[in-house]
Design a protein around this ligand. Structure first.
Ligand SMILES: [Mn+2]
Length: 324
């Protein structure tokens, strides 16, 4: 693990910060490790900006401190942020369809459980409303020329589909929300791909358990890969110990190169994202891709990648803080 002490004097650049999920103590620990200091109530760095990959909320019970800290940084020009699936779902949870009168995101027990920490920390709609209004303004992705940021998956075909539903700043248009919550529509699927990752069906007879213990027959694809030998390389299966039989089965099937040709990230510049609940020592996925979500929502650290213009990413640029 890399100690931040060597990095705090690095020059201009961006610190891409993973899914905070309501864990303010981890956020403060990471910001301090990165050399950010509070002036006039706002965390800032003289030469650098933070970039949040989304999923500020849910899981942890320090929601208000996280939101106040990050929004102040964004408003002050010290941070950028892109939308996570949890911010998107928070808006859907609170918004009624103009025709059916149903909430855009169903108030099912499962959906409620995923959102309970936010609802507990902001117990009234009056308390939630300003944050929901802010979530609506967040861009779905950031393309800064020399690097890109998306919550889950950089997927050009999905950008093409969603483009007509976006404002010039790449936030969702006010009239797009009902459409993008209409299951089965092309814009719905595009947003799913971008904010939750692309999925493919597993071969017949193969399933695995997700981190909530639910059996799954579709799997997130490691879209950042450009080559693979077997399906085990492509399928992003969590908890390898528990899911050993599925991983072994996929390891016996030669990789379907069509999948990679359709999905592999072939952009010229690096792409950063969160969402995938990684574990272990932070490391780049390829020279052009890095995930900064190392499960801070549970016991993991909050992780940042300190980017200073390099077009080939390097493992030594990760900084982690605040693991339980
Ligand atoms: Mn996520």
């Amino acid at each position: 693990m890399l100690n931040s002490a060597n990095h705090t004097t690095s020059g201009n650049g961006y610190d891409i910060i993973g899914d905070v999920h309501g864990k303010a103590d981890k956020l403060f620990a990471l910001l301090h490790a990165l050399g950010y200091q509070k002036f006039a109530g706002v965390y800032q760095h003289p030469q650098r900006k933070a970039v949040f990959v989304g999923d500020l909320i849910d899981n942890g019970n320090q929601t208000v401190a996280v939101l106040e800290t990050v929004k102040a940084m964004v408003d002050g020009g010290h941070a950028l942020i892109t939308m996570g699936n949890h911010e998107l779902n928070a808006v859907g949870w609170a918004t009624m369809h103009s025709v059916t009168g149903e909430y855009l995101r169903e108030h099912s027990p499962t959906n409620q459980a995923h959102h309970q920490a936010f609802l507990d920390d902001l117990p009234t709609i009056e308390a939630r409303r300003p944050w929901l209004e802010w979530f609506k303004t967040l861009p779905l992705f950031l393309d800064l020329g020399d690097f890109r940021v998306i919550h889950a998956c950089w997927h050009e075909p999905s950008f093409a589909i969603i483009k007509p539903y976006l404002n010039p700043d790449n936030s969702l248009r006010a009239d797009a929300w009902e459409t993008i919550f209409t299951e089965g529509s092309a814009p719905f699927q595009a947003v799913e791909n971008l904010l939750k990752g692309v999925e493919e069906a597993l071969p017949e007879g193969v399933s695995f358990l997700d981190h909530k213990g639910k059996e799954r027959w579709e799997v997130r694809i490691s879209w950042w890969l450009t080559e693979a030998e077997t399906l085990a390389d492509i399928a992003h299966i969590p908890m390898p110990q528990q899911n050993r039989p599925a991983i072994d089965a996929l390891g016996r099937v030669a990789a379907d190169n069509d999948v990679l040709q359709r999905l592999a990230y072939t952009g010229e510049c690096p792409v950063f994202f969160g969402h995938y609940w990684l574990a272990g020592t932070p490391q780049i996925l390829t020279e052009k891709s890095a995930c900064v979500d190392y499960s801070a929502a549970r016991k993991g650290p909050l992780v940042a990648y300190r980017w200073s213009g390099e077009q080939r990413l390097r493992n030594e640029n990760f900084v982690a803080a605040g693991a339980d």
